[in-house]
Ligand binder design. Sequence first.
Ligand SMILES: C[S@@+](CC[C@H](N)C(=O)[O-])C[C@H]1O[C@@H](n2cnc3c(N)ncnc32)[C@H](O)[C@@H]1O
Length: 216
Amino acid sequence: MEYVLTATKTEARAGSYYDRIARLYDLTFKVNGYGRSLDQYFANHPLPVSRGARILDAGCGTGLLTLALLRAIRFPVSITALDLSSTSVAAARKSLYYSPGRKRDVTFTQGNLLCLPFADESLDLVVTAGALEYVPLADGLTELARVIAPGGHLLHLPVHPGLIGVFLEILFRFKSHPPKEVKDKTERHFRIVHQYRFPRREAIGWSKTAILAQKV
Ligand SMILES: C[S@@+](CC[C@H](N)C(=O)[O-])C[C@H]1O[C@@H](n2cnc3c(N)ncnc32)[C@H](O)[C@@H]1O
């Protein structure tokens, strides 16, 4: 299997693999109830943000997590949804069409999560799901930690290795990071607040966990 390393800190491939498969990704994850599972998770684990919070969705893809953030956070915030794939960013922007009242809360941008267009310690929350699997983990976490203010949070939904994880690795050409490595490298910058296993009856529970961590 070819592992698609999408980018290094100084160089990003022109576009990404997702420029070709964004539609397949969007369809797969809409059909499998990903959005509903995220809604349930946020209902049970309210996000540690307040009005006006500065939020980044790093590797936003077609915007499924970005939209779930908007459904969960009922007050005005400032979300940047960033992805390497311009096709995915365009699809994410289009999906906001159905939430016209929240358009002002989200800015979409094409970019590399290894080289973020933000000043040090300028964000309150970074969320990232299924994107750090495309980059060296330590580099990705270091860059996300750089932009989060002390006391701010990281919500990371890594892919859990396992049978479904391997299937997804082949389908979407990434490499999941071993859970111990995720924990150890997260703790270089953050204090882990909770680690959550999604219910097995939900499709997300076959492949993903959630780690909420606070910048120390
Ligand atoms: C599995 S999808 C996840 C999308 C979205 N976070 C979600 O939960 O539905 C992975 C996304 O990460 C993006 N990606 C991969 N490497 C990236 C990088 N270095 N910088 C920004 N985005 C990247 C891909 O283009 C793709 O859209």
